[in-house]
Design a protein around this ligand. Structure first.
Ligand SMILES: Nc1ncnc2c1ncn2[C@@H]1O[C@H](COP(=O)(O)OP(=O)(O)OP(=O)(O)O)[C@@H](O)[C@H]1O
Ligand SMILES: [Mg+2]
Length: 318
């Protein structure tokens, strides 16, 4: 019988990619690791007559592709005197990076059109990886969300803040597309709120309670944990204990209705593999924050023996 061929796209030494590769090999699959920086490193690629080749590997007859990460075109920057500035030759470099990323995106979508399972499809990982859309899809599903305002209008933001304060609460803010730590909208930030006119920001009711990470693989809820550190921070990723890999995890039991909302939210966002961030309040409410298309999970897998890599391998093998 022909072997099941599965491609893994990402940094070849990525621990999570290696863990999935091991589980696939254990199940008898042929694993093809495709370095996500192959094009950046000027490795040869070709798409010819429906045949895809990347760095000498023929990617035909694939059963599935695990998309651990995809390069996205960043403007070419250099640091001069502590300031990030564009390189003088930025235009050609940036356009080439866009074309490279376009090639990989198209190559994946061609595979999908040929019936290859993508975990996750790149359109879900990129286009739907937008918090405003996720929040809207979650709201439509009836999921409980923090009260939210997305705006670049200082007037409306002040009014939103005043209403939360009147309720005895606080407001946090975070970017639409991620890439920055969640912060408190305090007096100092309110004083320079005019800066928000440059780009809309997400403002949210601050939720107190446990940070919950749920991992869904296909329909299976493989892991649901509360993230524990000795001194909880507003954004757990800012916590030195978490950063040092010393967080602990406590398994949590999700009510059936919340688990169901997790599944429906992932499906609405086009994700077959998802890491969902929730808050669990002391009075027992579960509030949704966001969905991640390539969640980092190895620490939970190792510390609690939650079989996420195994579930991923099984999903990829079909
Ligand atoms: N409304 C909120 N109330 C309290 N804490 C919040 C709130 N929103 C975010 N946080 C904290 O900040 C963390 C990061 O926020 P979130 O998960 O929404 O985005 P993100 O992880 O920054 O997004 P990305 O993964 O795209 O960078 C949350 O896990 C939580 O600890
Ligand atoms: Mg998050």
């Amino acid at each position: 019988m022909a072997q099941t061929r599965i491609a893994l796209l990402g940094p070849p030494n990525d621990a999570q990619l290696r863990a999935v590769a091991r589980e696939l090999e254990r199940r008898g699959a042929t694993v093809l690791v495709v370095p996500s920086d192959a094009l950046e490193a000027h490795r040869p690629v070709a798409l010819h007559h429906g045949r895809l080749e990347i760095d000498g590997q023929r990617l035909d007859d694939l059963k599935a592709v695990y998309v651990r990460s995809l390069p996205s075109p960043h403007p070419p920057l250099v640091e001069i005197g502590g300031e990030l500035v564009l390189r003088r030759d930025w235009f050609a470099g940036y356009m080439q990076a866009r074309e490279r990323s376009g090639f990989l995106m198209a190559a994946l979508l061609c595979q999908e059109a040929a019936g290859v399972r993508l975990v996750n499809p790149p359109q879900a990982g990129v286009a739907l990886q937008s918090k405003p859309l996720q929040l809207e899809l979650l709201r439509r599903l009836g999921a409980t969300l923090p009260r939210t305002l997305i705006s670049n209008d200082p007037e409306r933001i002040r009014a939103f803040h005043a209403a939360e304060v009147a309720r005895g609460g606080e407001v946090i803010f975070k970017p639409l597309l991620g890439g920055a730590i969640t912060r408190l909208l305090d007096g100092e930030v309110l004083e320079r709120l005019e800066a928000v006119r440059a780009a809309p920001v997400i403002f949210q009711q601050r939720i107190h309670g446990d940070d919950i990470r749920v991992v869904l693989v296909g329909d299976a809820l493989v892991s649901a944990v509360a993230i524990r550190t000795p001194q909880p921070h507003l954004d757990f990723r800012d916590d030195p204990i978490y950063r040092a890999g010393e967080a602990t995890y406590e398994p949590v039991h999700l009510p059936a209705a919340v688990a169901d909302q997790c599944r429906r939210a992932a499906s609405a966002c086009g994700l077959v593999f998802a890491g969902l961030d929730l808050k669990h309040t002391p009075c027992g409410k579960w509030l949704f924050l966001e969905l991640n298309s390539s969640p980092v999970y190895l620490d939970v897998e190792r510390k609690l023996a939650h079989p996420i890599s195994q579930a991923l391998a099984e999903l990829l093998m079909g």
